[in-house]
Design a protein around this ligand. Structure first.
Ligand code: BGC
Length: 445
């Protein structure tokens, strides 16, 4: 019995043509403009109260990079000449692999989560010295100032209670007080896309776009004239581009969205980011195995939701062994014991299409952002990108570059996409440094 679409139809449904990407550019540009004008738009265009660093900010600062999967606490030295050194860095998962804690679940409270974060930071410091902290918080926040950021909603399937609508800086400072941590002051809160951009712009002033291609997806850029009550000023704008909703998805995208925590939101992120690409492959495989369109001799097995991660996708794509043995071993983990070479090749092709589509769509949003800043593309631009997908997924960075060429032609030569490795952490330290003028606290860490 065959039911669903056949393999070639599924392949086709993950392919986006150049023409479709050109349409994405126009629709994205439209939503950028509407968002900037405070009209209804899928792009929130949120102010950061930050602009280009001078490159001369210096001192030792703390940074907290709260991404969604892990939290990273860093002690960073800014040398004042565009260079920085991460002096110390500690990572901890937000959900323990052994299940002993999960600060991302709705059963966890804001106090529990922020106490955990405060303790990670305190472990990096010596009492008696004072530190300013920059907090890269990788979720949509409406800022009223550099240290007042209200969480609009959770993304990436996180649902910790009591955080939405609250001021994140106050929650962290509250945790410091509860733990008698008086030597750390949260001075700046910044979206991770903005901090990745700050870290790169600290060294290179041509950097005007920042992006995260990791667990989540988002892009920010330097808006030359952002409207504030007091007038127009240059500002890094967090577009929350993962929420862009004008790319039509296929049946698997719709299924994934329907089963997610917040259906109807984060549509681009759910098509592109590391949190979801594995789930898309799982949904496709589940259907193909059930319909016996691949692994035909295999007893149907049920692949539990989220069983396939972005890391698994990287493993599948990196298998260049003659018989695709890595993929064969990987399938065994799910009880898929009967794979032929052809099955494994199909799976690799599907993974490639899902990842390729992600990179192509992301590239189209970069092209739109470039056209907004520089309609004739008459200047040089650097796009600073952080995140595991960009850094580690085979073929990802290359596909972004290729697609930019396809969309921008010769002008693509002026665009340089660069990995801003760990930029989201270091950039938060730079953001904290820019507030030095307004903080009287001693910063001699
Ligand atoms: C969040 C963004 C964040 C991005 C990358 C998205 O889910 O909404 O604020 O920048 O993930 O971490």
């Amino acid at each position: 019995m065959t039911t669903g679409p056949d393999l070639s139809q599924i392949y086709q449904s993950f392919i986006v043509s150049t023409q479709q990407l050109q349409t994405v550019i126009q629709l994205f540009l439209h939503d950028m403009r509407e968002g900037l004008a405070h009209r209804p738009s899928s792009l929130a265009m949120l102010p950061s109260y930050l602009t280009k660093p001078t490159g001369q900010e210096n001192g030792i600062f703390l940074a907290l990079d709260f991404g969604g999967t892990n939290v990273r606490a860093l002690r960073v030295k800014l040398h004042g000449n565009g260079q920085y050194t991460v002096l110390e860095r500690q990572d901890a998962p937000l959900a323990a692999p052994d299940g002993s804690y999960d600060y991302t679940a709705s059963s966890a409270t804001a106090a529990e989560l922020f106490d955990f974060l405060a303790a990670r930071l305190a472990a990096l410091t010596t009492t008696g010295q004072h530190y300013l902290l920059g907090h890269a918080f990788s979720f949509p926040c409406r800022l009223k100032s550099i240290d007042d950021a209200r969480l609009l909603y959770w993304t990436k399937e996180i649902s910790t209670s009591g955080v939405v609508g609250e001021n994140i800086v106050a929650l962290l400072n509250g945790a410091f007080s509860r733990q008698n941590i008086t030597h750390i002051k949260a001075a700046a809160i910044v979206n991770d896309s903005v901090s990745a951009l700050m870290a790169a712009a600290y060294a290179d002033t041509f950097t005007d776009i920042g992006s995260i291609c990791g667990t989540g997806h988002n892009t920010c850029y330097l808006e030359p004239a952002f409207a504030l009550a007091a007038g127009f000023c240059p500002m890094y704008v967090n577009m929350e581009s993962g929420n862009f909703n004008k790319v039509s998805g296929n049946v698997f995208d719709d299924r994934l969205d329907k089963n997610s925590d917040r259906p109807g939101t984060g549509r681009l992120e759910k098509m592109c980011s590391g949190r979801y690409v594995g789930e898309l492959l799982r949904l496709v495989l589940q259907e193909l195995v059930q319909d016996k369109k691949i692994l035909a001799t295999q007893q149907p097995v049920s692949l539990p939701p989220n069983a396939i991660t972005g890391k698994d996708m990287a493993l599948v794509l990196s298998d260049d062994s003659q018989n695709l043995e890595q993929i064969q071993d990987w399938l065994l983990r799910y009880g898929l014991t009967q794979s032929s070479y052809a099955d494994r090749a199909e799976i690799q092709k599907l993974a490639g299409l899902i990842i390729g589509r992600s990179a192509r769509l992301v590239a189209a949003t970069y092209a739109a952002t470039l056209f907004h800043i520089d309609p004739e593309l008459s200047h040089q631009h650097v796009i600073a990108i952080d995140g595991s997908l960009y850094e580690k997924m085979p073929g990802y960075a290359g596909t972004i570059n290729k697609t930019l060429k396809e969309l921008l032609g010769e002008k693509a030569r002026q665009i340089d996409c660069r990995l801003s490795k760990d930029g989201s952490g270091a950039g938060a330290a730079i953001a904290a440094a820019t507030t030095m003028k307004i903080h009287s606290v001693r910063n001699d860490g």
